[in-house]
Design a protein around this ligand. Structure first.
Ligand code: ATP
Ligand code: MG
Length: 262
């Protein structure tokens, strides 16, 4: 969608400013900054281990920053817990799909709606979401663990939408999916965005993410290295070489460092 303009330009939804965070004594983010404006799709790319997932976990409150600030619509939320952030309009889909494998599709959706409070509201939200996602409607009684990878990702997305978020944070939504399914997931994401929901997407699949993003960031070793429009980053020679596998004429390669976990 077009990014709405306030009196002073685009309206800021999320501001991550000079954030330091990590796991106990291991500091992973060393002063990372990103911004998401209302209505924007922002993508965050970077090599394995650069702190992309850590950044999302810090934004949603699973990790607390040791320094720096996280603001949502101007309000400091860095110390808040994940449940409180859900109430303020954040939804998070972690790396590796966010579904309970032993629960049915319906039960997964109901769980996604717990923060809505009363049972009536949950029921209405489930009905709405099933209308929007017919692939799930046909499979409400199926165990989520038996869904295909693409269906699981759609279910994870539907669960996130249940909470009526203003901002959805997605960690590698396309990983392990066939190109046709990735296309479908991204079409869904753009559709959600057109309805006014902002998206922050972490991706290895930099080409696809940058193609749909209004803006993007390159994260490296826990600091923000580059920031530009999606189109400019797609054109940037360094990005093309490092993240789009365009070194020489060789086959497309995944951005990797030799010591990475994947
Ligand atoms: N639970 C944890 N405890 C300690 N260190 C961790 C933990 N999770 C991640 N790390 C370390 O933090 C660093 C950043 O990891 P993170 O998962 O944020 O990177 P990433 O950019 O998401 O990588 P990938 O592309 O592989 O998903 C890595 O060095 C990783 O080993
Ligand atoms: Mg990650």
């Amino acid at each position: 969608m077009n990014v709405p303009q306030g009196e002073n330009g685009p309206v800021l939804l999320l501001e991550v400013e000079e954030v330091f965070a990590g796991y106990g004594k291991i500091e992973v983010l060393h002063g990372t900054s990103i911004r998401v404006r209302e209505g924007e799709i922002v993508c965050i790319i970077g090599p394995n281990g650069s702190g992309k997932s850590t950044l999302l976990k810090t934004i949603v409150g699973l990790l607390k920053p040791t320094r720096g600030s996280v603001r949502l619509s101007g309000k400091e939320v860095g110390r808040l817990d994940p449940q409180e952030k859900v109430r303020l309009g954040m939804a998070y889909i972690p790396q590796g799909r966010n579904v309970f494998p032993s629960l049915t599709v319906l039960e997964n959706l109901q769980m996604g709606g717990v923060s809505l409070g009363d049972a009536g509201a949950v029921r209405r939200a489930v009905e709405e979401v099933l209308e929007e996602y017919p692939v799930l409607k046909g499979r409400v009684r199926a165990q989520a663990g038996n869904l295909s990878g693409g269906e699981k990702q759609i279910l994870a997305l539907a669960r996130a939408v249940m909470t009526r978020p203003r901002l959805i944070l997605l960690d590698e939504p396309s990983i392990g999916l066939a190109p046709r399914i990735i296309e479908e997931i991204y079409n869904r994401l753009q559709e959600i965005n057109r309805r006014g929901v902002s998206l922050a997407i972490v991706e290895q699949n930099a080409r696809k993410a940058l193609a749909v993003a209004h803006r993007g960031y390159v994260l490296d070793l826990g600091v923000t290295r580059l920031e530009d429009t999606g189109a400019h980053l797609l054109d940037n020679e360094e990005v093309r070489m490092l993240y789009l596998g365009e070194k020489g004429n060789g086959p497309e390669q995944e951005p990797q460092d030799p010591g990475s976990r994947r």
